[in-house]
Write a protein that binds this ligand. Structure first.
Ligand code: NCD
Ligand code: ZN
Length: 390
């Protein structure tokens, strides 16, 4: 396959290049490559981002396939520009906390349309399971949320000490509703990581102070979710039904959101926290938003309003997630890397509508937003797996 004339993020800069793909890999990047028998993709006028990497999603299979499954979730991912998705362990009724559960998930995810990897849940007594299952990464819940995986800090410390230092631990640090609660949670997580002298990744920070606190530990990285930058409490309260606005951690007020925007440079990654629930479940109090199909576009739109650079987007959606998860051959458009490429049209204006989502949630907290910028093609390991239909 040959991608012609893409404005591609290569080596820290956008440049117009041709990209030659052989099998699953990028084999040549040059100003002009001549095609012989290649399938040609004309990317003239399009931006090429390294295929997006989602480090925080809930794909719900097995157990709650009515909300999402690997097929629908991966379709949503590709439509949002993602080639690789990390799935969270808080499945109900059976969380991913045993070797058996992890292997079952790996099997089930074989029908996914993009790559799926798995965070393994830490519990108060699954130390042997962790050793046997040899997961790529771990998720620690210090705060209450969907599922039942909260552990005490002394147990979390033991996991942090036991889990291989080279592997990543994602921490849900925030417990409770207030900003102070969230900040205390982050402080605790950092204290534990320091004691264990290990790297951790604090997910869904929603206040500037949490980021500041996390950054006091040199081996800590942070992400935030799009809703902590593009929604605020004052506006969300008007949602109908009002229960739609429930999410963990909760949405913050306008002032906090403005402070988050000032910390953009310190945010290492965007994790959507794609947490699909059917509207019926939302009305009964389920917390969480679908996010895979709107995340990138919200930031592209912010770029069109000159609030954010394309370099920032490329690093936070692809390059840094690859670093955080210590992935080889992912997160860059470069020779020898996997041919995961997201083609974006910055001119395309569209309206977000829940009913058009591939996610089974079929609603979105961003309903009705007019966004400028959209994924038009997603290339996963050398194959076009998503093409925009309108
Ligand atoms: C998530 C879910 O529904 O699984 N919900 C949420 O509000 N974010 C769980 C989580 O990530 O905390
Ligand atoms: Zn989550």
């Amino acid at each position: 396959m040959l991608i012609k004339n893409a404005n591609a993020y290569i080596n820290g800069k956008f440049r117009i290049r041709d990209i030659l793909i052989n099998g699953e890999q990028i084999v040549k990047i040059a100003y002009c490559i001549n095609a012989k028998n290649e399938e040609i993709i004309d990317a003239n006028g399009l931006i090429a981002l390294p295929g997006l990497i989602e480090i925080h999603a809930h794909l719900r299979e097995p157990g709650q396939e009515q909300k999402e499954d690997f097929l629908s979730g991966s379709r949503a991912a590709l439509a949002g520009g993602y080639c690789l998705v990390y799935d969270m362990p808080n499945n109900m009724p059976k969380p991913t906390i045993t070797k058996e559960a992890l292997e079952k998930k790996k099997m089930l995810a074989k029908n996914a349309l993009c790559e799926i990897r798995f965070h393994f849940g830490a519990t108060k007594n699954n130390f042997v399971e962790v050793r046997n299952a040899k997961p790529e990464s771990m998720k620690i819940y210090l705060g209450k949320t969907t599922g039942n995986l909260v552990i005490k800090s002394n147990v979390a410390l033991k996991h942090m000490k036991n889990f291989p230092k080279g592997k990543q631990i994602i921490v849900h640090a925030q417990d409770g509703e207030t900003v102070e609660d969230a900040q205390t949670g982050v402080q605790t997580a950092i204290k534990l990581a320091k004691k264990a002298t290990r790297k951790i990744h604090i997910t869904h920070t929603s206040t500037a102070k949490e980021i500041e606190l996390a950054k006091k530990w040199k081996l800590a990285t942070v992400d935030t979710a799009p809703h902590y930058l593009f929604l605020n409490k004052e506006e969300a309260i008007k949602m109908k039904p009002k229960e739609k606005m429930f999410v963990n951690p909760p949405l913050r007020n306008k002032k906090e959101v403005a402070c988050m925007w000032k910390e953009l440079e310190k945010i290492d990654a965007i994790g959507t926290d794609h947490a699909p629930h059917l509207l019926n479940d939302k009305i009964k109090g389920a917390h969480g938003f679908p996010g895979l199909e709107t995340a990138l576009a919200l930031f592209l739109d912010a770029h069109s309003k000159k609030k954010i650079s394309l370099d920032w987007i490329a690093t936070r959606f692809s390059e840094n997630p690859a670093k955080i998860m210590k992935l080889n051959k992912y997160g860059k458009i470069a020779n020898g890397y996997f041919a995961n490429i997201t083609l974006v049209d910055l001119r395309k204006v569209w309206i977000v509508k829940g009913k058009n989502l591939y996610s089974k949630a079929k609603w979105t907290p961003f309903e009705g937003r007019v966004l400028k910028g959209k994924v038009v093609k997603t290339i996963y390991k050398g194959k076009v797996v998503f093409t925009e239909s309108v």
